[in-house]
Design a protein around this ligand. Sequence first.
Ligand SMILES: [Cu+2]
Length: 205
Amino acid sequence: MNVKDKRQGRTIPEQEGRGTMMKTTVAKFGLLAGGLVFAGGLMFAGGTQEEDPPSIAQVVALDECDPGTFNAALGPDFCKNVALGAATKLTDLFAKAKAGTPDPGWDFEPDTVNIKQGATLNVFDQGGEPHTFTEVAQFGGGFLPVLNAPGEDTVPECGGGFSNLAVAKTRILQGSQRQITGLSKGEHLFECCIHPWMRVKVEVK
Ligand SMILES: [Cu+2]
């Protein structure tokens, strides 16, 4: 602080102008160097991707639960959604499921995942309520008949709901993640046993 004050006190207008020019030049050079480093990084990332695909594939679970109506019916903090616009009322979710047009806001993304054998599937619940990521032989209904499509029965893998340890183990709470490893080559189907229209097809090569 003192040094700066001293310099400013002694500076004459001509020197001040040169000082400003130097600062501008330094700033420009800094930007240029930053740009080159950034471009280099991109090139490197691109090259890496082609040779060696990432060994972790990400899937996110999303929902639009409205905390007011969900928690009134299902208990405090069942729906912890903080996402903007997350306002699908519980009765609307039921009505849409019953009509066979389930709410698309409840979704696993992406719908199809291609991985190499040995890769890890990381499933992240970014929604406001719990979901399950359960492997099934065939897509079908979950363990809550009120959320199943008309005429769709509970698939065996979801039977018993959370009182079935095998189902409970596939549960993913809000803000948490679950890693799936050791998938054999071929096609694997996963769905949410609560909201059975949330489905993912995993292709292992
Ligand atoms: Cu779900």
